[in-house]
Design a protein. Sequence first.
Length: 53
Amino acid sequence: MRHRNGWLDLIVAAILTTLGISGGVQIMRQSASHLRSAHLPPPAAAQPVFHGE
């Protein structure tokens, strides 16, 4: 007696897929940003400045 429309399953699957891909993209962006910042030298203002001899 149960009639199911496949469209509802497809919509739910599309939503879950979108959420999964979006989360993966965010993780990749954060990881890339972290890796870039880990290999950069500190900014010039953070380096000690020595005056005199």
